[in-house]
Design a protein around this ligand. Sequence first.
Ligand code: SAH
Length: 507
Amino acid sequence: MPGKVYLVGAGPGDPGLLTIRGMECLAKADLVLYDGLVNPVLLRYSHAACERTSRVGGTGPDAKHLNQEEINRRLVEAGLAGKTVVRLKGGDPYIFGRGSEEAAALEAAGVPYEVVPGITAATGAAVYSGISLTHRDHASAVAFVTGHESPDKPSSALDYDKLARFPGTLVFYMGLHQISAIAGSLVAHGKPASTPVAVVCRATTPRQRVASGTLENIAAKVADAGLHAPSLIIVGECARLREQTHWFERRPLFGQRIGIARAEEQFVDVLDRGTELGAELVSMPVIDILPPADWTEVDAVLDRLAEFDWIVFTSVNGVRAFLDRLWTCGGDGRRLGRVRLAAIGPATAEELRRFHLRADLVPTSYRAEDLAAALAPHVSGRRVLWARASRGRDVLPTSLTAAGATVEQVVVYQNVDVESWEPVVQERIAAGHLDWIALSSPSIARQVAALVPPEQRSKLGREIRIAAISPVTAEAARDVGLPVNVVASEFTWEGLFQAMAGESRLA
Ligand code: SAH
């Protein structure tokens, strides 16, 4: 039985611009072949082996591109071998994307296939730079044009005489390196030199940049701004509209590159929110969340939950690990009986809610000290269980014991340093690829400090600013020599993003 090949448009860069059908295909794929324009963040929707078809083997001298024939062959072979394959292509697979050639090869080989359209760079770039390609006051037609061919080439398939007279907006793909010839040719064929032009580089991503001008001066403006591929050239009166409506670039963290120092699997929890605020998030998985080395202690506690008056959770991971284990051992929510539940903050309470459990107590400020203070009036003579990480401060047990409680602690997950990521993180710091590092716990702060090579230290606090989720984390960071630029006033990831946004606005 042959499998099936899905030719899927990945959209222009913003991961939110993949279609629902595209996401469904990724979820069921055994193999994903993606091209160089695709945002690799999309691969998180897939469990498959994912291979890039451009620059196979990295960016070094040995890297090679698979050519179109090799790609077609791979798709046909995998399809005939019964695999579900996604061929993920930037933008729309059929707009300057050679997707139709891939479909033809599959058709000829008798491999079942489906084509999923995508948002093409032209519409993505226009909308994200505040331009309506067919604004009714300015254009009643739009043309997508390849700018790859030199307009001076006699054999060019494009007729610049007709293009110059086209009654609407012209959008050139692949034309950046020819921009001065394209603009010159349009003017030579009669298009007014004052026609507005916008060039949009890396459209729809936090690194989007736009140069605006006219046919006469756009080449110089692009050179001044240092724009590079992938870029799109939009020619027409509508390009003038941008000044009023460039909503995307006004996002509070637009263009900021933020290193997220937390476990890799927790990166996705903040990815969408950070992206929505306009930032480019970079995973810095300096720690890892692992199950306890041995469940014996946890299981013993789970067997006598009825003995406790309170269970205290101080992290999302703690909730997840504790309740997952309860389920795995054959128990469920009834085991909690009349025990009351405390959560350190809104994210932890939200995780309880996912298990259909309500937190009886959440302090108004999200620190161990505040949680202990909020619990203190309720725990005298009571038994309290703290479902905790292998590392962390001892504020809770100390304060609750002082308040008259009998406190038991059980480690439900381990929080360990990840050494294998050191070179990656160090390279990112050295390459100046970060505007911010976001620290969400004291142990993470210490781990980041240990990772920064001595010769890069001077960058911290200046080129690379440091944001801490709470005063406790900030203090731990300062103790190990990390200068802290901002501290969140609400001790959550949302608070951390808002603190960076406030500081970025001032800068
Ligand atoms: N199939 C793709 C186009 C592939 S041709 C689509 O439908 O969008 C490659 C050209 O697309 C690039 O040279 C550039 O002109 C344009 N392009 C693709 N992604 C872009 C982006 N994020 N920003 C600006 N231009 C982009």
